[in-house]
Design a protein around this ligand. Sequence first.
Ligand code: AMP
Length: 281
Amino acid sequence: MTKPMIERTRDALRARVAHWRAEDETVGVVPTMGALHDGHLSLVERAKAECDRVIVTLFVNPTQFNNPDDLDKYPRTEESDREKLAPYDVDVLYAPTVDQMYPTGFATRVSVDGLTDVLCGAHRPGHFDGVATIVTKLFTQTGADRAYFGEKDYQQLQVVRRMATDLDLPIHVIGCETVRDPDGLAMSSRNLRLSAEARAVAPALNREMRAMARKLHAGRLASDLRAEATERLLAEGFEKVDYLELRGAEDLELHDRLIGPGRLFAAAWLDDVRLIDNIAV
Ligand code: AMP
């Protein structure tokens, strides 16, 4: 059990990766914004099982926050994150500074069309440009063979896959199942910001989604079910439901009826925190 070594600069990271490459070792990367929980650690475990070397990145990326207050309040817990990684024998924790990632004069943006017009893309202007840009940089800086992302952020996973394919980035993007608390709430760094009362209400979101999935299977329409579920969530204490939608699992096209492999997506506000979740239908 050793805490991972920290690298703060691209050049130091590249020097380290070059040594591994010289030994023909494979490299996996797990991009995160820190405040690590078991969801993140499941990605790390998978990366360790499949790659000779593993880099975890920790960077709270300002360009993907459309709300400055959310960026300010985002938890920053580097030292305890490092401790949580100790049992996994991670090779490097890459935690660059904002200046390192966005030096003076930085002017390029990676933007994925189509997939980003809906769901969180529609509700968080610029968010996925920020994600695609930083992930492109992390891929080229680490030179990793494999990258691990959670299905918890399913739209992000699809956007990253599209971007890596379109830009011919030589990296294999791997999606990993969402890790949940026993009451069904999807683990998220933002859950730390929920009051105890709100935390008790939060699992209602996943509960409603699972009930909605069952009713979709029984032939009911997503639009009707959304109206009913939204009413119940608001009665339980949620402040607002941004979306609750059935979409195609690959193309994210909106459907009202279950006609093939679908995915149910939700985003809702509770205690001023925006919770998201998705499940296969
Ligand atoms: P974040 O630090 O929130 O940017 O997340 C970093 C990575 O961890 C992303 O690929 C997320 O999808 C993934 N992740 C976050 N929460 C979970 C979870 N509950 N289960 C699985 N993966 C997760």
